[in-house]
Design a binder for this molecule. Structure first.
Ligand SMILES: Cc1cc2nc3c(=O)[nH]c(=O)nc-3n(C[C@H](O)[C@H](O)[C@H](O)COP(=O)(O)OP(=O)(O)OC[C@H]3O[C@@H](n4cnc5c(N)ncnc54)[C@H](O)[C@@H]3O)c2cc1C
Length: 463
């Protein structure tokens, strides 16, 4: 046990800024070691440690086969965990997720006008997903990685891996919209949540929609490859739908950093014109450059915009975990701080034991649920094959199938369904391929949207 506080180990805990944080855990360690086996310190080198190791093993049963640790139980991680185990039942799969309740980002816009209820998004259990698909759900936060010793560290102890897949999603990049002081960033998260990461943001926005009495609601659209391209436009339509339905004196201004609607443009333009004339005002090429929360003003690059209510969506970047674990690509490769992986087979460049999937990937795919889910099938397959000493030679494109509800009364939706191309000579993803789209808002598309959402939950949580 005292091995664990060797000078070398003290040094790297200090470097990780974790000496204080780790001390109580070390004090509690004997019981953990008894349950989890021999302490890890003697087997580790400090070289290659990113983030923080805890100094004790996580309280998990001994691995019964090659161990795959999946970090992040969102759309991507749930899919990777299930399909890796399916394709190689010998794998001992552990899903590390810091949330203890699931609620999906996809479909969350539909809750605001009560097309669905909260149960639709949240009545899905990590425990059931794990039981149904024969893996272990471990409720903890990933805090470090030692690639030399193949150890992933969590707030509940360290786990040895044979393969690890990191799927932590995105983070907001406030600085890109001129909000660079931590005080305003904190206020933004609490007072005007963008609603693109945590379920608690959706609850706040739902409360705001329910209590909105009229005036100006601003929805901003960032530049870059942000999470779910159509979602800010869909949300604007659904809030406008509520304003219209309730007969409020109100409007939604969309401040769009892009010169054109980024996806399904003809469908959204049709909705703005046919359903929300005088209610939705779409302002292209209007980037946010700062906010004054006390005065309720958004500073554009050219003019200011006053608001009564707002959902301000900043640019996005990969989850800060990617950077913390040292998996980030050089900024010359991605300005959004995504991971440095093989763009076909998802392993970290130079390390076939470490994978990154979902919205933290650097490829120019739509950062969306269907993309992460279909990709998760493939990443699970790659890990399953490689863990059996087999190679995977053929790249598979993910599929982006994405519905948008553009009206709530009656329910009308549009959709796009696309794959992607790969140029072997340039070793680059070439963009959309095999695109199908329905840009005519229709009632027949609405139940198909809900069926798609249910299908996603079924695929991630059931056997
Ligand atoms: C409002 C909204 C509408 C959307 N609409 C659609 C849509 O209509 N269609 C569509 O296809 N997609 C849609 N999406 C996008 C879709 O939800 C995401 O793109 C998709 O879920 C990304 O999956 P992911 O697994 O990469 O990330 P996430 O689903 O965000 O999962 C990441 C997980 O990692 C966990 N995590 C992070 N850090 C750690 C850590 N250190 N330790 C342990 N766990 C950690 C998080 O708790 C989270 O559960 C929408 C998203 C939003 C927000």
């Amino acid at each position: 046990m005292n091995d664990d506080l060797s000078p070398e180990r003290r040094q790297f805990l200090k470097i990780g800024g974790a000496l204080l944080a780790a001390a109580p855990m070390v004090a509690a360690a004997p019981a953990v070691f008894a349950a989890g086996g021999k302490g890890p310190a003697s087997e580790r080198s400090a070289k290659g440690v990113k983030g923080v190791l805890t100094g004790h093993w996580a309280n998990l049963p001994k691995a019964k086969g090659p161990r795959l640790v999946v970090v992040g139980g969102g759309t991507s991680g749930l899919s990777v965990a299930k399909y890796a185990k399916k394709d190689n039942p010998r794998l001992d799969v552990v899903l590390v997720e810091y949330r203890d309740m699931y609620s999906s980002c996809f479909c969350s816009n539909l809750w605001y006008p009560d097309i669905i209820n909260l149960e639709f998004l949240a009545k899905h259990s990590f425990l059931d997903a794990a039981k149904n698909n024969h893996y272990t759900y471990f409720n903890a936060t990933c805090i470090g990685l030692d690639r030399d010793s193949k150890i992933v560290a969590t707030s509940e102890g360290d786990i040895r891996y044979d393969y690890v897949c990191i799927a932590p999603g995105i983070a907001y990049d406030w600085e890109k919209i001129g909000i660079d002081d931590i005080e305003t960033q904190t206020r933004m998260r609490q007072e005007y949540p963008p609603g693109f990461i945590d379920p608690t943001e959706h609850v706040t926005i739902k409360r705001k929609v329910d209590t909105f009495e009229g005036g100006t609601w601003i929805q901003t659209v960032p530049t870059g490859n942000y999470r779910c391209l159509p979602a800010p436009y869909e949300r604007a339509c659904l809030i406008a739908s509520v304003i219209k339905h309730k007969g409020l004196k109100g409007k939604v201004i969309i401040l769009d950093g892009n010169p054109e609607i980024t996806i399904k443009a003809p469908g959204f333009h049709a909705a703005f014109k046919d359903f929300y004339k005088g209610i939705i005002e779409w302002m292209p090429s209007t980037r946010v450059a700062g906010v004054d929360l006390d005065k309720k003003i958004i500073h554009g690059e050219v003019e200011d915009f006053a608001f009564d209510e707002a959902t301000i969506y900043p640019n996005v970047r990969a989850s800060t975990l990617i950077e913390k674990l040292g998996l980030m690509a050089p900024t010359s490769k991605t300005a959004q701080k995504e991971a440095d992986i093989d763009i076909r087979f998802y392993n970290l460049v130079g390390d076939e034991h470490v994978y990154v999937s979902g919205d933290a990937r650097p490829m120019p795919y739509s950062k969306s649920g269907n993309t992460s889910n279909s990709e998760g099938h493939f990443v699970g397959h790659i890990i399953a094959m490689r863990s059996q000493g087999k190679d995977v030679k053929k790249w598979e494109s993910p599929e982006t199938l994405c519905y948008s509800m553009v009206n709530a009364y009656p329910q009308q939706a549009i959709w796009v369904d696309t794959h992607y191309g790969y140029d072997a000579k340039k070793d680059a993803i070439t963009g959309f391929a095999d695109v199908k789209v329905d840009n005519t808002p229709s009632e027949k598309n609405a139940p198909a949207y809900l069926a798609w959402g249910r299908g996603m939950y079924r695929d991630m949580f059931r056997a």
